[in-house]
Design a protein around this ligand. Structure first.
Ligand SMILES: [Zn+2]
Ligand SMILES: [Zn+2]
Length: 106
């Protein structure tokens, strides 16, 4: 794993991680993994299947109008608090769109 870059917190849209990956965990939830292209922090999102219309409060992605089933917007959630992030959330503020493989979108 490349070393983490301690960049200043900044909200920005970036390209998806080059090593973007999908797999199923033991609970059969879809897991999206990838290295943030800004800070190189490791990101892992467990996408729990929920009924349409219900959004868990701490979902890491924002819904996008229209193509909401196929595409998610994921925020960088590396475990590091970046400088300039007064709220001390983890992540560097970068976010990217991820296309969920259609066979996994149910
Ligand atoms: Zn980071
Ligand atoms: Zn990041």
């Amino acid at each position: 794993m490349p070393s983490h870059d301690d960049v200043a917190y900044k909200e920005q849209k970036v390209n998806p991680p080059q090593d973007l990956g999908f797999h199923r965990n033991a609970a059969d939830h879809l897991v999206v993994t990838g290295t943030c292209s800004v800070c190189r922090g490791w990101n892992e999102y467990v996408l729990v299947n929920v009924k349409p219309g219900t959004v868990a409060k701490d979902w890491p992605w924002r819904r996008k109008a229209g193509d909401e089933k196929q595409e998610r917007q994921l925020d960088c959630r590396c475990p590091i608090t970046h400088p300039g992030n007064d709220d001390e959330y983890t992540g560097c503020g970068a976010w990217w769109s991820v296309r969920i493989p259609s066979e996994e979108a149910s």
